[in-house]
Design a protein around this ligand. Structure first.
Ligand code: HEM
Length: 451
């Protein structure tokens, strides 16, 4: 354990951590490989470490008890006013992911029905269609073609989220909304990667892209909203169109835009990344792919997998859970403390930045045996509480958690039973690039062959 520095420019240090000069010399390493840096800080300083940053005082919390305290037990003391969420809100505005307090509570209550169990059946139908489309495309390749399965998963996940939440196919406005959202996200990631960013109003090339993307979003959402006003329907967009605030006013186009963009940001690349990694891990472990295929054949012999089969796809779901353990798309969860608090015995001042990393926690050797190895069967046993948090925890738990499990499990099962995946000779699982989600560097090129 390292020694505890006394203060960082007047802010008392309350937990061990790297010293200022050490952190300065690590800036290159942090930018190049933030996951490795977090891992190093944890190894050198333990489950709660403090970074030598005076404003805001910043802590890494990497214990189930600490995570539970922040996200569940004392959740009301922790808000989303952090660098991470401020950067995201340049794109998502005040949507469900970044809003706080009463605004968030009202939004969550209104939108929850779009994610009830009854709505998942429709999600299953969209997933079955997406799986069948992808299968058709994979079959059309000549034997031995190397395919970037990650790119296919990006397409499938976008199709599913747009169809499920906006009841539109991608030939309509939702295609434009998604494209503009992704362009805007690129700018946000670029901003988060450099320590000093020009203010959003400066006409730098990146800010111009951001502005243009937001203008395209506005236009596309306005068209879609106008088309749906008279027949709201029961999907997420329908709920938003019918929603009224405390004074009985409907939501403005901007408010609806913020929510739709939020759901595309939160529900597209996250699922797609998880699926891309799942194929990579199965390509490394073909015998586990065979188990997926055998289960799917047993559960849905001779017919496509439907939502009704989901609860029987136990092994495929373990594959998804284990993938989310090793490659949690949301690799950072941040909060800011409203009032001074004590986390796991450590005094934390008001206004602190709390950094939790599912990626780090999911590889904690005291919580997971052979933490680095891919072993879906570990989910057949008991998992320590708050050790597996790919969807967060507590009141701000991902609203799309069940949606994601249905989608990822059905896609893995249906495509896994139709196709075998393996890496071309000499290739292996790519490194992870922690952007908004952990992306496979260079995509996930694998050989896909029909079973
Ligand atoms: C594998 C896929 C996914 C992962 C790993 C994931 C992860 C997460 C995490 C960790 C949070 C909590 C963040 C925090 O506490 O700071 C979250 C929140 C959220 N997610 Fe997901 N998510 C996934 C899929 C989805 C999908 C499919 C949707 C929508 C269709 C979605 C919509 C949201 C929204 C709206 C929130 C904010 C909820 C709130 O604060 O009330 N997510 N997600």
């Amino acid at each position: 354990m390292s020694r505890q520095p006394e203060s960082f420019l007047g802010t008392p240090a309350t937990a061990p951590g790297p010293l200022g000069p050490q952190m300065l010399t690590s800036m290159g390493a942090i930018r190049k490989d933030p996951l490795a840096y977090l891992d190093r800080v944890w190894r050198e300083h333990g489950d709660i470490a403090q970074f030598p940053i005076p404003r805001p005082p910043s802590y890494l919390v990497n214990s189930p008890a600490g995570v539970r305290h922040v996200l569940v037990d004392n959740a009301r003391n922790y808000g989303k006013s952090t660098i991470q969420y401020r950067a995201l809100s340049l794109v998502t505005g005040e949507g469900l992911l970044t809003s706080d307090g009463d605004t968030w509570r009202t939004q969550r209550r209104v939108m929850q029905p779009a994610f009830h169990h009854s709505a998942l059946e429709a999600v299953g139908d969209h997933v079955a269609r997406a799986a069948s489309r992808v299968a058709g495309q994979w079959r059309a390749y000549p034997q031995g073609t190397v395919i970037d399965v990650d790119a296919f998963m990006m397409g499938a996940a976008l199709e599913v989220v747009a169809a499920a939440l906006m009841s539109t196919d991608l030939t309509g406005q939702s295609g434009e909304i998604a494209a503009a959202t992704l362009d805007a996200l690129d700018v946000v990631v670029a901003r988060a990667r450099v320590p000093i960013t020009p203010p959003a109003w400066l006409p730098t090339p990146a800010n111009r892209v951001l502005k243009r993307s937001v203008a395209r979003l506005d236009a596309a959402v306005t068209t879609m909203v106008e088309a749906r006003r008279d027949e709201p329907g029961e999907d997420l967009l329908g709920l938003l169109l019918s929603m009224q605030d405390e004074s009985g006013r409907s939501l403005s186009v901007e408010q609806i835009r913020d929510q739709l963009v939020t759901f595309i940001v939160a529900g597209h690349e996250t699922v797609a990344s998880a699926l891309g990694w799942a194929w990579g891990l199965l390509a490394e472990h073909p015998e586990l792919g065979d188990k997926v295929a055998a289960e799917a054949d047993r559960v849905a012999p001779g017919r496509p997998i439907g939502f009704g089969d989901y609860s029987e796809l136990t092994y495929s779901k373990w594959v998804v859970e284990e993938t989310l353990r090793l490659y949690p798309p949301a690799w950072l969860i941040t909060r800011s403390t409203k009032q001074a608090d004590v986390i796991d015995g450590v005094d934390v001042p008001a206004g602190s930045l709390i950094i939790m990393s599912p990626w780090l926690l999911h590889r904690h050797p005291e919580l997971w045996s052979n933490a680095e190895s891919f072993d879906p069967d570990r989910f057949s046993g008991d998992i320590p509480r708050f050790a597996h948090i790919p969807f967060g925890a507590g009141p701000r738990l991902c609203i799309g958690r069940d949606f994601s499990y249905v989608e990822a499990t059905m896609l893995i099962a249906e495509l896994g039973r139709q196709f075998r995946v393996r890496f071309p000779d000499g290739e292996r699982l790519p490194d992870g690039d922690p952007l908004v989600t952990i992306r496979p560097r260079g995509g996930m090129p694998v050989l896909v062959s029909p079973r």
